[in-house]
Design a protein around this ligand. Structure first.
Ligand code: ZN
Length: 880
């Protein structure tokens, strides 16, 4: 409609057509005489109106309409989401800026990495550049308001012609991700609309609001397993490196109305200090604008600590981006919620009471709380961020340069000087994946052409080096270096009890992935070349007299095995060492068309080496197992979702098992292995509805429609027991171990259960373990490694019985110095205890993995413990 204007008469005619499918276009006399459709006229309601939620497909239409109507917005469809919906990034700026977007991107990347750029040149770039501000909405789909707020914010930006708006458009490039999880937006809105007006109105979605990862989509920013995370990484970490990034969320309903930056204590050190000052600067301006607009209940420097998991808003500060969030009090999805004054509470970091304080001068008094209240507060926060940047363009750009330069200088002067990723690795293909994940973060990685010696160690040709003399050294330090969570008065309450970190106490990617990385104190002088594209390895194929052997130590060998089993190829697994130099766990392929083997080697990077002698007597034939995994409602189980994604990626066929199928029994006729993902017993059995499963709404079973109240009950317990007694294998992850211990009365005790936190405390840390890799469940593992251990995880003591031999200890905690990264109190409790056991039960087995071997699909170093449990073992039953 750009450039055209409707006669007023025609509008009244069009108005009559609205209900027959036409869209009413409100005529706004903009500076260029454009007609811009308001969200209210497009969607038929004001954004945030009670019980009205716009669906993502309509929003996509709206943003594309705005692009046709206004030269101030550019819509980029980055590609499909996990479930095939469009993922959009919107660029909003003046028409002149949008016409030279590529040039502005180049200027910004030089300011963000000024190595080799002279200071006069920097001053020229600052004079020409624009402040880049990224904002995202709808990351967490049950937090419905922000993606509803976005159309109105964006409409205001492109439609308003006042001085303030013009200053924003002239001085900034606003990058809006109007919905970071479109799949979940659609799931939640369809669910809400189905039940609005019934007694279940406002209940939480009973399943994960992302096909695989639900709420954990904000725990994926550093490993970028999901495609949505990959789009975000491209914008934030590589293409743009914005000066500020702000992510809009919602929290529980009973505290402040909105949290705005900066963060509370503790913060992670090793970012540039300026980045923390910038967050206070933006936060102060947002707070000021909220009070100017008479918005009550605004708190800053509280609740959300600066040391969180490495989600988008928490990792960005180490990319030298002012990475921030807002968190608004939730209603009941789109429905209002009434709050009594005495229900309003403080009690969180930096906000001990619900009383006026300097960072919370205007407490909200209680009453009805509506989605529109959230939309208004969020919109002010989003706008104020742009307003501050526009008023301080040169300062913001100069700061970008200063942060990058100073971080580079610190990296050059400090220790370690670099991290070396040696070519020699237990699993070199996983090491290549780690390098690729560093590249996704925009980190510079170099590769040695030839062997070199550094600080007394010899590193083979092809070893990688991440030097710290680069702007992103803060990210490198946390992804590759040992990380200890602070234990001090910021992290203990007044009685000395440890305060739980927001999520993990460490996110050390190299430790999670089981990749050896050496910190070195001096810069590596060997001849290096910069890695410019992701490392793709093609496996070599060479046939021997008895076929091929593939290395059981590689995670990707399991993918290769599954691809070959799909084609009906016979595969044997070595279970005795010493013949033809093979290790227990190696795979042997005797038949199979050469073309197929070549294709699998190319797809997986796994090499097929020649096998000279017959190894039939020291190996067994693999049988494909029928795998089932328990899935429940009440918001879904995120660990189940991640596990589903992981085993799909590695090509294991499986079936999700719901309550009815478990209760029906006869499980052994359909399954060989059943997985119980990390969960509480009562959440599986449905005996009692636990807390913390769903978010945003619906905390009691009775709040869900009856068909979504899950639990397999006593019938399910009996069916699972019969399944194992008759020869099935049950695999339990972490807390789900309680199910087998309690319901099957296994001779095990979880020694860290019910201990006071002052005595034992281990929130999201890496712990040193020994692994019995002669056990088929640990084939291919190194003899020592790291286990990712969360607060609710388990350590096993074997209780005495006449048949102690029925328990096998597969992974055990180290004798001393158990903590590698994170936070551990009371390590004595773990010494010599088992982290993973296998217990014979009747004719079957239970494998209990007490820690997180597949944590968020990030713990590549322990994946094989899961994969082995899903392949047949050497015993006669064909299962383990
Ligand atoms: Zn959230």
């Amino acid at each position: 409609m750009r450039g055209k204007s409707f006669p007023v008469r025609l509008i009244s005619i069009l108005a009559a057509l609205v209900f027959s499918g036409f869209t009413l276009t409100t005529r706004i006399a903009g500076a260029q005489g454009q007609s811009i459709t308001s969200p209210e006229s497009f969607f038929g309601f004001r954004m945030g109106a009670d019980r009205k939620l716009a669906r993502w497909d309509k929003m996509v239409e709206y943003y594309k309409l705005l692009e046709r109507q206004s030269p101030k917005i550019k819509v980029v469809d980055m590609g499909p989401t996990t479930m095939g919906n469009p993922f959009l990034a919107l660029y909003i700026s003046s028409p002149a800026n949008l016409a030279q977007l590529e040039q502005l991107k180049r200027i910004n990347s030089r300011l963000s990495d000024p190595r080799g750029v002279s200071e006069p040149e920097i001053r020229r770039l600052v004079a020409q550049g624009k402040v880049v501000i990224a904002q995202s909405m709808g990351l967490h789909s049950s937090e419905v308001a922000s993606s509803q707020m976005a159309p109105e914010l964006i409409y205001d930006l492109v439609q308003r012609t006042d001085e303030e708006t013009a200053r924003i458009l002239d001085n900034t490039v606003a990058i809006m991700i109007p919905c970071l999880n479109p799949d979940g937006e659609i799931l939640v809105i369809d669910w809400y609309n189905k039940y609005v007006g019934t007694e279940f109105e406002g209940a939480g979605l009973p399943v994960l609001y992302h096909k695989y990862v639900g709420h954990d989509n904000n725990r994926d920013a550093f490993q970028t397993n999901m495609v949505e995370s990959q789009y975000m990484a491209k914008i934030l970490f590589r293409d743009w490196i914005p000066q500020a990034y702000i992510d809009h969320h919602q929290m529980g309903p009973y505290g402040a109305r909105i949290y705005i930056p900066p963060y509370a204590e503790p913060i992670r050190p090793h970012g540039d200090p300026l980045v923390w000052r910038e967050m206070s600067w933006y936060g102060a301006h947002i707070a000021y604008k909220e009070e100017e607009a008479a918005m009550s209940g605004v708190v800053n420097a509280a609740i959300y600590s600066g040391w969180g998991h490495f989600g988008f808003h928490w990792i960005t500060p180490f990319h030298n981006i002012a990475g921030m969030l807002t968190e608004s009090a939730s209603a009941r999805l789109g429905s209002p919620l009434y709050l009594h004054p005495d229900q309003l509470q403080g009690g969180s970091r930096g906000m001990p009471e619900y009383e006026a304080q300097t960072t919370f001068p205007n407490p909200w008094p209680g009453g009805w709380w509506r989605m529109r209240d959230i939309v208004e507060r969020q919109k002010i926060a989003a706008w104020a961020t742009l307003d501050l940047a526009a008023r301080n363009r040169e300062t913001a750009l100069w700061n970008a340069y200063l942060k990058a330069r100073r971080q580079t200088e610190r990296g050059a002067a400090g220790k370690p000087a670099a991290y070396v990723i040696p070519a020699a690795q237990h699993d070199p293909l996983t090491a290549a994946k780690l390098v690729n994940k560093l590249l996704v973060q925009g980190i510079e990685v170099q590769q040695a052409r030839a062997e070199f010696t550094h600080e007394g160690k010899v590193y083979g040709a092809g070893s990688f080096v991440a030097p710290m003399a680069q702007p992103k050294q803060g990210v490198i330090r946390y992804l590759l270096g040992r990380t200890l969570y602070p234990d001090n008065s910021y992290t203990r309450d007044k009685d000395g009890n440890p305060i739980r970190p927001y999520d993990m106490a460490t996110d050390t990617m190299a430790e999670f992935m089981g990749v050896r990385v050496d910190p070195v104190d001096t810069p590596v002088g060997a001849e290096m070349e910069k890695v410019t594209a992701s490392i793709e390895r093609a496996g070599r194929v060479e046939r021997g007299a008895s076929g091929y052997v593939i290395d059981g130590r590689l995670n990707d060998s399991f993918r290769a095995v599954n691809l070959l089993l799909d084609k009906g190829i016979t595969i044997r697994r070595v279970n005795r060492a010493g013949v033809a130099g093979l290790r227990p766990g190696d795979f042997v392929v005797s038949g199979g068309a050469e073309a197929l083997v070549l294709d699998v080697a190319r797809q997986t990077g796994v090499s097929f080496s020649p096998l000279a002698s017959d190894v039939t007597r020291t190996s067994y034939q693999l049988k494909r197992l029928r795998i089932g995994m328990y899935q429940r409602y009440y918001g879904g189980n995120i660990d189940e979702g991640w596990t589903r994604w992981l085993i799909e990626q590695w090509g294991f066929p499986y079936k999700s098992l719901m309550d009815a199928e478990i209760k029906a029994g006869n499980l052994l006729t359909k399954f060989d292995v059943i997985i119980l993902p990390d969960d509480r017993v009562e959440m599986m059995t449905g005996e009692r509805r636990g807390e913390g499963a769903g978010r945003g709404a619906g905390s009691r079973a009775s709040e869900y429609p009856p068909e979504y109240r899950s639990g397999f009950g006593q019938e399910g317990v009996a069916a699972l027991r019969a399944f194992v007694e008759k020869g099935g294998t049950l695999v339990t992850f972490a807390e789900a171990g309680d199910f087998a211990i309690q319901k099957f009365e296994l001779p095990l005790r979880n020694v860290v259960a019910n201990r006071p936190s002052k005595e034992f405390w281990c929130p999201g840390s890496t712990l040193r373990v020994s692994i019995d890799n002669t056990n088929p469940l640990a084939y291919g593992m190194p003899s020592e490694g790291l286990a990712v251990f969360l607060a609710n995880n388990q350590a096993y003591e074997v209780l005495p019985t006449p048949h102690n031999e029925r328990v096998e200890r597969i992974v055990t905690f180290a004798e001393r110095d158990i903590l590698q990264s994170g936070w551990l109190l009371g390590e004595d409790a773990l010494v010599r205890k088992a982290a993973m056991v296998s217990v014979e039960f009747g004719q079957g087995k239970v494998a209990l993995i007490g820690f997180r071997a597949q944590h968020r699909a990030q713990t590549h170093g322990a994946f094989k413990l899961v994969f082995n449990a899903l392949l047949s073992g050497p015993d006669s039953r064909g299962t383990q």
